[in-house]
Design a protein around this ligand. Structure first.
Ligand code: 6GU
Length: 484
């Protein structure tokens, strides 16, 4: 990440950023800091950059031309300019949008940022119009200039640049992400001024410690920042995933949204029977694999046991690099009818069940990067909803697709290996395998191949070689994750 700062006081920025953790990040090249002194671009012999305000009044105003020249000296070197784009340029001003953690995460996704720091009464409006893309304030108070605000932003953003924090410092998953404050910390000695370290921390019982910390976080936030607790929105991931590809993709996305997702495994028949009611102040991530361009056909429609109350939801259709076709639209429609508002949708690529080549190794690093962008976009949509409610998105595809015949898959059963352990019977998501005969009822089977995945003896397998040949001759080219 490269930070460019246009300022009359470069040493203020240099001194703060080149210290401590951000200083280490500059040294190791994880971030780069480039300050430009606007005074060097003055157009008069006294090197002045300010002048009296038109219309009179107190204070001085920074002139447009030196700011413009300083900006141009940086702009022409940016990667954005090389791509024919305008670089992101942030003007620090109390009139800006108030900086928060979602903005931190969003800005950390950029490869370069320009900060413009004003002093005196401000900068001639005309040059702001031609350079600034974002107006940002760091809080409701007035500073003498934008430099300290720029330093604050650079510090907060740097924490989210990969590699800036060590594992121990790694902070994404700390405070703020779930609108919670950190729990209290203790170190040696065990007793100090007669005060003891809380007993639970001395036990080494990891799960108990985690629970205690979570409780403390909540208690603390209630006491000190009740306003933050209001913003907290528990995330539930309801997923159907016979062979784990969908679960892995959904977990990855959920990890970018919250520290503590609740996982609801709808692959298990039991979990599809019981009705689950969501409050408005929650978020549902509904995830399913794509089977022949639509949702797998289980007897009671997937997600039909979930009930929303204007609850926002994200739909995820995970597919094996062919296409998601109607699946996202279909999921949105099902959930809309059950009281959810679909505020986002994503179609990640996962390994195809019938081919070892399609979707191999997905989601990969680039996919995770796209998922992270999507998560930040979702956080912004949720924040924006505070003003005028959730906005339903529109999605490609037929929301009520007709029945579709799936290509037949030959299922193999090596009776001699079978120990009659019943794992396939129990774990079949559609109850298609007879307890007695272990035969598969083809009218119920969805070809999910979970039976072959869960069989410890490898007594179950399938032959999808015909399908694999077809898929591999048409859909080998890796597709990018799409989101809406
Ligand atoms: Cl970004 N600039 C100035 N001058 N004052 C501020 C601020 C920024 N944010 C809060 N107060």
């Amino acid at each position: 990440m490269e930070f460019h700062v246009l300022t009359l006081f470069p040493e203020m920025i240099q001194n703060t950023v080149n210290t401590s953790i951000t200083g280490r990040a500059v040294k190791s090249g994880k971030i780069r800091l480039h300050t430009v002194n606007i005074r060097d671009f003055s157009d008069n012999k006294h090197m002045r950059v300010d002048d009296y305000p038109y219309g009179g009044g107190a204070g001085m105003v920074m002139q447009a031309e030196p700011v413009w020249r300083a900006y141009e000296s940086v702009r022409v070197k940016t990667m954005a300019a090389q791509k024919g784009k305008r670089p992101r340029c942030i003007y620090l001003t109390p009139q800006g949008k108030v900086f928060n953690q979602t903005m931190v995460e969003e800005l950390a996704l950029e490869e370069e940022l320009i900060f413009l720091c004003g002093h005196y009464e401000g900068i001639d409006e005309r040059v702001l119009e031609e350079t600034v893309t974002d107006y940002v304030s760091i809080g409701d108070y007035v500073l003498t200039g934008g430099e300290l605000a720029a330093s604050v932003m650079i510090d907060a953003i740097s924490r989210f640049v990969p590699g800036v924090l060590s594992n121990e410092e790694s902070a994404q998953f700390e405070s703020m992400q779930d609108h919670l404050l950190e729990y209290p910390h203790y170190t040696r000695p065990e007793v100090w001024h007669g005060k003891e370290v809380p007993q639970v921390l001395l036990t080494g019982a990891h799960a108990k410690v985690e629970m205690w910390r979570r409780e403390q976080s909540i208690k603390r936030t209630k006491e000190r920042r009740p306003d933050l607790l209001e913003k907290n929105r528990p995330v539930t991931v309801a997923y159907f995933s016979p062979t784990d590809g969908t679960r892995k993709a959904a977990e990855a996305l959920a990890g970018f949204l919250t520290q503590s997702p609740v996982m609801l495994d709808l692959t298990r028949r039991k979990n599809r029977k019981q009705e689950i009611i969501f409050k408005e102040k929650e978020l549902l991530l509904a995830a399913a694999p794509v089977y022949g361009g639509q949702l797998p056909k289980v007897r009671e429609e997937l997600f039909s046991n979930l009930r929303g109350n204007g609850t926002p939801c994200i739909v995820m259709a995970a597919y094996g690099n062919r296409h998601y076709d109607d699946t996202l639209a279909q999921m949105k429609e099902i959930l809309r009818a059950r009281g959810f508002v679909c505020i986002g949708a994503i179609a990640p690529v996962i390994p195809h069940i019938f081919s070892e080549k399609l979707g191999a190794g997905r989601p990969d690093g680039k996919d995770l990067e796209i998922m992270k962008r999507f998560a930040v976009e979702i956080k912004k949509r949720i924040e924006r909803a505070g003003e005028d409610g959730f906005r339903e998105i529109s999605l490609p595809g037929n929301s009520k697709p007709g029945e579709k015949e799936l290509k037949p898959v030959k299922k193999l059963f090596y009776k001699e290996r079978c120990t009659n352990c019943q794992a396939c019977v129990q774990k079949c998501p559609v109850n298609a395998i007879s307890i007695g005969t272990l035969e598969i009822d083809e009218s119920v089977c969805i070809n999910c191949m979970r039976c072959s995945r869960v069989c410890r003896q490898n007594a179950r397998a399938f032959d999808a070689s015909q399908t694999a040949v077809y898929l591999e001759s048409n859909y080998l080219k890796p597709r990018e994750v799409e989101f809406f």
